[in-house]
Design a protein around this ligand. Structure first.
Ligand code: HEC
Length: 315
């Protein structure tokens, strides 16, 4: 029994170590190629490669993002995470006052905002602040505007992505409903293995926080910033993006005493976007925890039953 278990473990370890071997071998030819004249640009691995290459004339293709987003502490992280409703409300305020000038959140309805701790009456009042086009025409067959109701989605600033791109110099701002789940910086080996044990799953909000606080740095040498874009080392798909720094200190007023800084705004809006992307995150984790406890108990019971049933059989 013990021998079989250790054989199984050894086999598992062997399979797990295979990618390590191939990873360990990979940089060797790349490093050699870097020394050879006219090296292939795709041999670069990360920003260090780009910087190391700056001494010569050849520059390796950098690996984006140039900087990994720092890990922030989030109230909703881990198996016992919970939403900080005050933070989510601040995040909504930032979205309303800043981001919603360019970004839509087409999948979020006003009525969903009761999850942030607002009463029905508050949600009704919030929805009524907006004029929305009713989805159905009136008796004359004309589309008409009316004050918003809780069933309406948050109104979009532009009728379609093309209109947004035309107004904003060519790049359209992505819908933010699911952005916290749609962006995460690759973790690489061995971190993604540790993540299983540390239960790290906050890559999305960490990325958004990194991006929003990552403006105003000096680009490394030999970085080409396309006209109309802004350098940001945390941007996932290039050295610069079309969004200019959207937040400045003191821009949004908080009435709960939270600091009115870019860092705090970035945390709050990232938490809000995480809620929007996965509103049932906390409930899912709570259920998952109970399920795991049950499964562990069930496994122990199965083992004891098996021992009992087979107790009389010689082996
Ligand atoms: C003036 C318009 C404008 C405002 C205001 C604005 N954005 Fe953007 N945003 C853009 C544009 C344009 C892009 C597309 C950039 C690109 O792809 O180069 C973008 C892209 C993004 C992205 C996606 C980056 C990626 O990885 O693709 C995120 C996340 C984002 N914005 C968050 C925010 C948040 C949060 C706010 C509010 C604090 C905000 N934006 C305010 C215009 C804006």
């Amino acid at each position: 029994m013990k021998r079989r278990l250790s054989a199984l473990l050894a086999a598992l370890l062997l399979t797990a170590s295979m990618p390590i071997v191939s990873l360990a071998q990979e940089p060797a030819p790349a490093a050699e190629a870097g020394k050879a004249p006219g090296a292939a640009p795709e041999s670069g691995r990360g920003a260090e490669a780009a910087e190391a290459g700056s001494a010569g004339t050849e520059h390796a293709t950098p690996h984006y993002p140039l900087k990994k987003p720092p890990h922030m502490s989030w109230s909703f992280a881990g198996p016992f995470g919970h939403w900080d409703l005050g933070q989510l409300q601040r995040g909504l305020k930032i979205y309303k006052e800043v981001c919603s000038a360019c970004h839509s959140m087409n999948l979020v309805s006003f009525r969903n905002l009761t999850a942030l701790g607002y009463s029905d009456a508050q949600v009704r009042a919030l929805a009524a602040e907006y004029q929305v086009t009713d989805p159905a025409p009136n008796a004359q067959g004309e589309m008409f505007q009316r004050p918003g109701i809780p069933a309406d989605r948050l109104p979009a600033p532009f009728p379609n992505p093309e209109a947004a791109a035309a107004a904003l110099g060519g790049a359209h701002p992505p819908d933010l409903s699911l952005i916290a789940k749609a962006r995460a910086v690759e973790r690489g080996f061995p971190y993604f293995v540790f993540d299983i044990f540390t239960q790290y799953a906050e890559g999305g909000p960490d990325y958004i926080h990194g991006l929003l606080t990552g403006y105003g740095q000096t680009p490394p040498e030999h970085t080409t910033i396309a006209p109309g874009t802004h350098y940001n080392p945390y941007f996932i798909s290039g050295p610069a993006l079309a969004m200019a720094q959207p937040l400045t200190d003191g821009q949004v007023t908080f009435d709960d005493g939270a600091p009115q800084t870019v860092d705090q705004y970035a945390r709050d809006v990232a938490a809000f976007l995480m809620w929007a992307a996965e509103p049932h995150l906390v409930a899912r984790k709570a259920t998952g925890f109970v399920v795991m406890i049950f499964l562990i108990g069930f496994a122990v019971m199965l083992y004891l039953v098996k021992k009992r049933i087979w107790a009389a059989t010689p082996h």
